[in-house]
Design a protein around this ligand. Structure first.
Ligand SMILES: *Cc1c(COP(=O)(O)O)cnc(C)c1O
Length: 448
């Protein structure tokens, strides 16, 4: 088998996610034969550093020996069982560990199979909580501009990336959108913290106007990843927690992308010292092995549903593969690695290396900003500083994508924002290599 044969067969029968399939006429999909650590290898024997962790899911490399062994051992015991009325050891262990790791007070785990499904659960649970508490007027959600929470209709409703959302607008819930604390828009000389405080005035205003019809505020803590890796200060989360308490509305933290060490702490909320009412996790939860997500919530929320059956207060949401044991085994092995390997401290060294590798780009005439939060680094290309973007039709980011592929790296820019979000097993020299590829790719993409 070779790349060409497989991509031809692929294009005859597949329809790929987040893709205008016509683009494949010039750049066919790349079939991957195997992967090891940060490396992907195709059928022509070319290798690529997976600089985006295969859409932000992979934490400890492909074919990780410890996770492989855990999944294989689980496979011999129990591949799957219905989670209603039944349970199993891997999910009990995982739940105990998540409750112990998450901000104190998140005491209950409700599982699903994708990040979007975890968001749907948080939205439905919050809404249902208020009904069970005899506050049926609460039907709305507050969300931030430039946010992303997934692609199913509920999750899409509380997101704000027009490219994914606009077409479906007539089908969606109508949340209250509040301007994001995205620090890209701070004034020259203004600190992240000052900007967060200034941006928070909008949230305060929205809560004052809408709190009594609002179920919850939903945010991506610290980094709006799909929204071009835009970043903000933890102070915003602290102010938000305080305001949600004051106005008596729930806070949903979507840590599907930023959880599990991405931002420099196990969970991003830790940097603000806050506990949300709902914490949604997915992506890295299984180390990038199998689809699994979870919505953690408080005992207070749980108790609002706990009653005699006839009270009809139960949360009857379900998915066929909820809590799949193989996925839970992968998740437990992933948490073992966090426990045994001092991952957060090691990531600090890798994050410093990323900063060093990207520092030379700061003065580039077509780079508006190089920003970083922990193991996420992003470079924003512009036609003209400070913030005049390229016309989207020019698709400059795509040229970086293509250049990187030709030079042994999978970089997949979001529009004109090139970013690194590598597996934590990346070697310092590989970060330097990615830096060099990104620099040259950007030089070419911004020339002329
Ligand atoms: C990816 C993502 C989701 C959706 O997760 P899926 O598993 O793709 O459904 C939700 N929220 C955030 C912040 C994400 O990055």
């Amino acid at each position: 088998m070779d790349n060409r044969t497989l991509s031809r067969r692929d294009l005859a029968v597949l329809w790929h996610p987040c893709t205008q399939m016509h683009d494949h006429e010039e750049l066919p999909p790349i079939p991957i034969r195997r992967a090891q650590g940060v490396w992907l290898e195709d059928y022509d024997g070319r290798r690529y550093i997976d600089a985006i962790s295969s859409w932000w899911v992979n934490l400890f490399g492909h074919a990780n020996a410890r996770i492989n062994a855990a999944v294989a051992a689980q496979l011999d015991r129990l591949e799957h069982v219905i989670l209603a009325g039944f349970t199993h050891e891997p999910i009990i262990e995982l739940s105990e560990r998540l409750v112990a790791l998450a901000p104190r007070g998140l005491a209950r785990c409700f599982y699903a199979d994708s990040g979007s499904a975890a968001i749907e659960i948080a939205l439905k649970m919050s809404f249902h909580y208020w009904r069970n508490r005899s506050e049926p007027r609460r039907t709305r959600f507050l969300c931030l501009t430039n946010s992303y929470h997934g692609e199913t209709l509920g999750a899409l409703s509380v997101g704000d990336v027009p490219l994914y959302k606009e077409t479906y607008e007539p089908l969606l819930l109508k949340p209250v959108r509040v301007p994001s604390p995205d620090c890209y828009f701070r004034e020259p000389g203004e600190s992240y913290e000052d900007y967060a405080r200034r941006a928070f005035a909008h949230m305060e205003e929205a809560l004052a106007a809408h709190a009594r019809e609002t179920c919850a505020v939903i945010v991506e803590p610290l980094v709006q990843c799909a929204g071009s890796m835009r970043m903000y200060d933890p102070l915003y989360l602290k102010l938000l927690r305080e305001a949600c308490d004051r106005h008596d509305v729930h806070l949903i933290a979507d840590e599907i992308a930023v959880g599990f060490g991405r931002t420099g702490t196990m969970f991003a909320c830790e940097q603000a010292g806050i506990r949300p009412d709902f914490l949604c996790l997915g992506k890295g939860l299984t180390g990038g092995y199998l689809p699994l997500s979870v919505c953690l919530t408080t005992e207070d929320v749980y108790q609002a549903f706990y009653a005699e059956y006839a009270a009809l207060k139960a949360f009857l949401h379900s998915h066929s593969y909820t809590g799949n044991p193989l996925a839970c085994a992968a998740a437990n092995a992933t948490l073992d690695i966090f426990r045994d390997d001092d991952v957060i401290a090691r990531n600090r060294v890798l994050a410093d290396r990323m900063a060093t590798a990207l520092a030379p780009l700061t003065d580039h005439p077509h780079i508006a900003e190089v920003r970083q939060t922990g193991m996420i680094a992003a470079i924003e290309m512009v036609r003209k500083k400070p913030r005049e973007g390229y016309p989207w039709q020019e698709r400059r980011g795509r040229n970086v994508y293509r250049y990187a592929l030709e030079h042994g790296a999978l970089l997949r820019p979001l529009g004109d924002v090139v970013y690194f979000m590598p597996p934590y097993v990346i070697a310092p020299e590989q970060i330097d290599q990615l830096g060099a590829i990104a620099r040259e790719g950007i030089n070419r993409a911004t020339a002329g």
